[in-house]
Design a protein around this ligand. Structure first.
Ligand code: ARG
Length: 469
C-alpha cells in the first residue's frame, strides 16, 4: 500500500513536500481516527448522492460502496493498519485506501466536497451519539439516586446551610436535590444534541456544492433532522461542541458537589455513610484506612471537563468566519471530556448504589433541638405573634437554653412563658422533629408525602432522558 504522506489530497501546486516534523505536527489522524465510522457512513451517503446527481454511474457507485465495506472490515480486524497509517486525517485515510483498491474510480468520490464540511458533519454525528449515551448514563445515575431515596425514605437528617445545622430534612430529600441537578444536566445534554442535529454536507469548502446534490436526502441518510442554512457558517460553526462541553462542565460541577457531600459524610466526624469496598481503596501505610477515592477522583476530574470548554472557547474566539485550521483543535478536548465524564457518571452511579447510610448517626444529627428553632417561631406565629417578634423571642430562648446547657425543647413552660405568654403546654407536642418534617408538605418540601410524590414524578422525568435513544 502506498505511503499516505506521499499521496496527499493537495500536492499539485507544491514544489516540495512538507517538512517531516511539520507533517507530524499538523496531522490529526492520531485522534480523528475515532471518527472513522462516521467518515465511512458519510462516504457511502456521498457516493449515493453523486450517483443521484449523475456524477457517478450505478456501477461506479456500487464499486465504491463495496470498497468502503472492505475498508470497514479491514479496519475492524487489522489494528496495525490503522496504527501504522501515515494519513493526514481520517478523510485522507479513507481516500487513500479507496484509491488503493479502486484506482481512478476511487479518486472520483471527493467530487464536489471538502474536508471542511466533512469534518463538521462527522463531528456533529459524534456529538449526537455521545450526548445520547451520556444522557442515558445520567439517567442511570438519577435512577440510582432515586432507589436510595426510596429505600431510605423516612430517615431524617440535619439539613444545613453554611455547613451549620439549619432545619431537619429527610435524607431522601437531600438525595433528590442532587437528582434534580442531574435531570437538568440530562436535558441540557440532549439540547446540545438537538443543536448538533443539522447536516452541513453540501456546503463545500465554504461556498456550497457546485453540483446539484440533494442535501436533504444526504441529511436524512445520515440521520440528521435538517440541513444547515449557510455554507460559510456550516464549515465554521462549532457551537454544538461548545454547548455539549458546557453541558458536560455543568454535569461535572454537579458530580463534584455530590462527591464533596459524600467525602464529607464518609468522614469519621459525620459518619453518615459507609463507603462501599467496591468503590474505595486502602492506604499502603495505614492499615485501617478506607478512602473515598471514587468521589475524590470524580471531584478531581471535574476540572479537566471545564478546561475542555475553556480550551475550545479560546480556540474559537479569534477566528474569522469560515473554516480555519485552528478548528482541528476542537476534537481532542471534546473526546477527552466526553470519555472522562462518562466514566465519572458511571462510577458515581455505582458508588452511590452501593453506599449504606448510617440511620443512627443521621437520626442523631436530626434530633439536635436547635434545628427546631424555626419551628418554635412558627409555633408563636400560629398564636398571633408577628414573625419578626417570634424570631426575636425564640432567639432569646435559645440564648437562655445555651446558658443553662439545655435546649429550647427542654426548658420548663414557666421559663418559656417569661419570654412570651403565647407559649402553652402544647408547645412540647407541636415543636418536634416529626412535626417539623410533616409541616413541610408543600410541593418540593421535605415532608414524607412531598418526597414520595417527587419520587413518583422522577420516574417519568428520567424516562424522558432515555426515550431519545
Ligand atoms: N483534520 C481537519 C480538521 O480536523 C479536517 C479538515 C481539514 N481541512 C483543510 N482544509 N485542511 O479540521
Amino acid at each position: 500500500m502506498s505511503d499516505s504522506s506521499d499521496n496527499k489530497m493537495w500536492g499539485g501546486r507544491f514544489e516540495s513536500s512538507p517538512d517531516s516534523s511539520f507533517y507530524e505536527f499538523q496531522r490529526s489522524w492520531r485522534f480523528d481516527r475515532r471518527l472513522l465510522p462516521y467518515e465511512l457512513a458519510l462516504d457511502r451517503a456521498w457516493a449515493k448522492g453523486l450517483e443521484r446527481a449523475c456524477l457517478l454511474s450505478a456501477d461506479e457507485c456500487s464499486q465504491i460502496l463495496r470498497a468502503l465495506d472492505g475498508i470497514e472490515r479491514r479496519a475492524k480486524s487489522d489494528g496495525a493498519w490503522l496504527d501504522n497509517s501515515k494519513a493526514e486525517d481520517v478523510h485522507h485515510f479513507v481516500e487513500v485506501a479507496l484509491i488503493d483498491v479502486l484506482g481512478p474510480v476511487g479518486a472520483k468520490l471527493h467530487t464536489g466536497r471538502s474536508r471542511n464540511e466533512m469534518v463538521a458533519t462527522e463531528f456533529r454525528m459524534f456529538v449526537k451519539d455521545a450526548a445520547r449515551s451520556m444522557a442515558s448514563g445520567v439517567a442511570a445515575l438519577v435512577e440510582a439516586i432515586a432507589q436510595q431515596a426510596d429505600r431510605n425514605l423516612g430517615i431524617p437528617m440535619a439539613g444545613m446551610t453554611h455547613m451549620q445545622h439549619a432545619q431537619p430534612i429527610l435524607l431522601s430529600h437531600f438525595l433528590l436535590a442532587h437528582a434534580e441537578a442531574f435531570l437538568r444536566d440530562g436535558e441540557r445534554i440532549l439540547d446540545a444534541a438537538a443543536r448538533a442535529d443539522v447536516c452541513p454536507l453540501g456546503s463545500g469548502a465554504l461556498a456550497g456544492c457546485a453540483f446539484p446534490i440533494d442535501r436533504a436526502a444526504l441529511a436524512r441518510e445520515l440521520g440528521f433532522s435538517g440541513i444547515t442554512a449557510n455554507s460559510l457558517d456550516a464549515v465554521s460553526d462549532r457551537d454544538f461542541a461548545l454547548e455539549y462541553l458546557f453541558a458536560l462542565s455543568v454535569l461535572a460541577t454537579h458530580l463534584s458537589r455530590l462527591s464533596e457531600d459524600f467525602v464529607l459524610f464518609a468522614s469519621t466526624e459525620f459518619g453518615y455513610l459507609l463507603l462501599p469496598d467496591e468503590f474505595s481503596t486502602g492506604s499502603s501505610l495505614m492499615p485501617q484506612k478506607k478512602n473515598p477515592d471514587a468521589w475524590e477522583l470524580i471531584r478531581g476530574k471535574s476540572g479537566r471537563i471545564s478546561s475542555a470548554l475553556v480550551s475550545l472557547l479560546m480556540t474559537m474566539k479569534g477566528l474569522p468566519a469560515s473554516y480555519q485550521r485552528d478548528l482541528q483543535e476542537d476534537k481532542e478536548p471534546l473526546f477527552d471530556a466526553h470519555d472522562e465524564a462518562l466514566g465519572m457518571v458511571r462510577v458515581a452511579a455505582g458508588a452511590l448504589a452501593a453506599t449504606k447510610f448510617n440511620d443512627a448517626k443521621l437520626r442523631a444529627g436530626a434530633t439536635n433541638p436547635a434545628l427546631l428553632a424555626t419551628e418554635a417561631a412558627d409555633y408563636l406565629v400560629a398564636r398571633g405573634v408577628p414573625f419578626r417578634e417570634a424570631h426575636e423571642i425564640v432567639g432569646r430562648v435559645v440564648r437562655e437554653a445555651e446558658r443553662g446547657s439545655t435546649s429550647i425543647i427542654e426548658l420548663p413552660l414557666d421559663a418559656l412563658k417569661k419570654h412570651s405568654p403565647a407559649f402553652g403546654a402544647d408547645y412540647f407536642k407541636e415543636v418536634t422533629l416529626a412535626a417539623s418534617l410533616a409541616r413541610k408538605s408543600v410541593p418540593g418540601g421535605t415532608s414524607i408525602s412531598s418526597v414520595r410524590s417527587a419520587l413518583d414524578q422522577l420516574h417519568t422525568r428520567v424516562g424522558a432522558l432515555e426515550a431519545v435513544r
